[in-house]
Design a protein around this ligand. Structure first.
Ligand code: NDP
Length: 280
């Protein structure tokens, strides 16, 4: 049976096995999909072992997406731009890499009817997930995109990497700390792409980023509302969403790359929500 896995640290939270088994059943394919908990100093050796022993494909999650990019021997244009990868597979004896996070986010935004073109967008975080979604977001031509990160220098580095795409798409792109003065005024779209809630930590930032009509999105998800979404809800924001839809859509793209067929995702949204409600 073909063998796939998701690798990360921590990994127990990952719903990828449920999703890929669902896709396999839907498309009548026989495969197994597991979680690999990988200590930070063993990522490269674990990936090599996985493929050496016949593994077909890996999803890569935090904190390894940038290292997956660095170890890949063949990368797509999306990975070249993001310098981070979430999908690996072996082809002609070489480790290939793609990044489906941006496609996943945009597919979910389309499903949720969230407009991006002409809007002001705030993104919290500057890790692998942000690198994956920045180019697709910029290509949707928001009016403004601000990257706010706890470690300000990492946010600034992203400006350097993506300024050309921002210019081509006529987006005003800036970066700063999570207390930058721009955050004293609201944004149309606010995205949390930090790992704060997954680590049980608090993301502190000024409430002024939210207007009641803002679209607030947390890439994290869980049985309860994430602290970030709860904060938005308490400020009377009505349009708030977790990252479950993105998770499903990015997984569907990985599945397409590996198995050459794109599963449908609508019914899985409800099934996964139920599964999380029952088993978390
Ligand atoms: P990384 O480890 O690469 O980056 C983590 C980011 O979170 C960094 O910018 C880090 O800031 C910031 N951060 C961590 N803790 C805190 C804190 N307490 N306060 C403020 N900022 C903090 O992770 P990824 O980018 O790969 O993933 C980020 C999140 O997005 C994860 O929760 C992941 O599960 C989720 N995700 C969800 C997806 C989906 O499909 N729904 C897809 C991809 C990711 P600093 O630079 O200062 O360390």
């Amino acid at each position: 049976m073909d063998h796939y896995a998701v690798i990360g640290w921590p990994i127990t939270h990952s719903r990828s096995p449920f999703i890929h088994r669902y896709f396999a059943s839907q498309t009548h394919q026989s495969l197994e999909y597991e979680r690999i908990a990988c200590e930070p100093d063993q990522f490269e050796s674990t990936v090599n072992d996985f493929f050496y022993t016949g593994g077909k494909g890996l999803n890569v999650t935090l904190p390894f997406k940038e290292r997956a990019y660095r170890m890949a021997q063949h990368i797509t244009e999306r990975v070249r731009l993001a310098q981070a990868a979430n999908t690996l597979w072996l082809e002609d004896g070489l480790i290939h890499a793609d990044n489906t996070d941006g496609l996943g986010l945009l597919a979910d935004y389309q499903y949720l009817n969230i407009p991006i073109t002409g809007q002001s967008v705030l993104v919290f975080g500057a890790g692998g997930a942000v690198k994956g979604v920045l180019a697709p977001l910029l290509e949707k031509k928001p009016r403004e995109l601000f990257i706010a990160n706890r470690t300000e220098s990492r946010a600034r580095e992203l400006i350097d990497s993506f300024k050309q795409i921002a210019q081509i798409n006529q987006v005003e792109m800036n970066a700063g700390s999570v207390n930058h003065h721009r955050l004293l005024k609201p944004f149309d779209i606010v995205i949390n792409a930090t790992s704060a809630s997954i680590k049980g930590e608090t993301l502190s930032f000024p409430n002024t980023v939210f207007a009641k009509e803002s679209y607030v999105y947390d890439m994290s998800y869980g049985r309860e509302l994430t602290p970030f979404l709860e904060q938005a809800r308490q400020l009377q924001v009505t349009n708030y969403y977790d990252g479950l839809g993105m998770l499903i859509e990015q997984a569907a793209e990985s599945f397409r790359i590996w198995r050459h067929c794109r599963p449908t995702t609508k019914a899985l949204r409800e099934a996964l929500r139920r599964e999380i409600g029952e088993n978390s």
